[in-house]
Design a protein around this ligand. Structure first.
Ligand SMILES: [Zn+2]
Ligand SMILES: [Zn+2]
Ligand SMILES: [Zn+2]
Length: 310
């Protein structure tokens, strides 16, 4: 037996059926604008090409031997030249075609204004943390990227600041820290865009300490290796912004797409060492009791959801 539904219910079956059909039509009509909006919102491309795949009609074979077939000449493939007549280049959009290389590009004016809320004191440790905090929330570009070996590398202000066009899509953890050192007006500390080379140059300058025999302080650079790297080579760097008995607070770029705060246990195994700032020779407020004259470190608003296990 059929179940009674709107489609066959009693005398008014036909009427209900009509209403149902009407309803379905209305629903489809209502859905249409949404669909065309989605089509309109299809991502624009920036490659300058239209997608085109050559078909047989795109080619023309022209005889170029200049001879007619006779007893002494039979046309071979070499007698013909194939030319493309469609006027298009064969092109299929790839990820790279959707990258807008002009999006989110910054300049020195923007960089200076991004750190303008920092209050520099001349105490380099303090000032490094102060500058790093102004950068919290900066996010690598959504639309401006390049594709290297299938991986998206996004534009960042730190790569661009460090090395312009050549570096704007580079890994940017060290670029971020270098940027902070620069805008904190810290001298006599080598800058770098590459963690391994940086550990080396800091070591050469007498400014590197192994994690095993050093107690970190706010204002240190903190170097990490990959968890599974038996060589424990430096692969990431950030800035120590706070140290408690059991934990280290850092600000880092390129651990995620956003400059953010992270927390680690003091015995975090991927920490390999620290870059230790020299004292500012021109700073009157440096040690001991004088430190208390410095403004207290501003507490940053922690970025949500990106805390590692404390
Ligand atoms: Zn074609
Ligand atoms: Zn021929
Ligand atoms: Zn394309």
């Amino acid at each position: 037996m059929k179940h009674p539904t709107a489609w066959n219910f009693g005398k008014n079956g036909a009427g209900l059926r009509f209403l149902s059909v009407l309803l379905v039509c209305l629903l489809i009509t209502a859905a249409l604008p949404a669909r065309s909006t989605a089509e309109d919102a299809e991502q624009p491309t920036f490659c300058g090409f239209e997608e085109h795949t050559h078909t047989e009609e795109c080619f023309e074979r022209t005889l170029i031997c200049g001879e007619t077939e006779s007893e002494t000449h039979t046309h071979t493939e070499e007698c013909y030249e194939t030319v493309t007549i469609c006027g298009y280049e064969a092109h299929t959009h790839t990820l790279e075609c959707y990258a807008d290389k002009t999006a989110d590009v910054e300049n020195a004016t923007i960089w200076r204004s991004s750190v303008s809320s920092a209050q520099l004191t001349g105490n380099w440790r303090h000032d490094l943390v102060e500058i790093a905090e102004t950068q919290l929330g900066y996010r690598s570009s959504e639309r401006n990227y390049t594709v290297e070996e299938g991986r998206i590398k996004r534009y960042t202000r730190y790569g661009d600041w460090y090395g312009g066009e050549e570096c704007r899509y580079c890994d940017w953890c060290a670029g971020f820290v270098s940027f902070c050192l620069f805008y904190a007006d810290i001298r006599n500390v080598p800058l770098s865009l590459a963690c391994g080379a940086w550990v080396q140059s800091l070591g050469d300058a007498g400014l590197y300490r192994d994690a095993a025999d050093y107690t970190p302080k706010a204002g240190d650079l903190i170097f990490f290796c990959r968890e599974d790297d038996p060589e424990r080579a430096a692969s990431h760097v950030g800035i120590v912004v706070g140290v408690t008995e059991d934990g280290i607070r850092t600000i880092e770029g390129n651990r995620t797409r956003t400059v953010a705060e992270f927390r680690y246990q003091r015995d975090e195994s991927t920490v390999i060492g620290y870059g230790v700032l020299p004292e500012n020779p021109n700073c009157p407020v440096q040690n001991g009791a004088l430190k208390q004259q410095l403004p207290p470190l501003r507490r940053s608003v922690p970025s949500p959801d990106r805390y590692l296990a404390y």
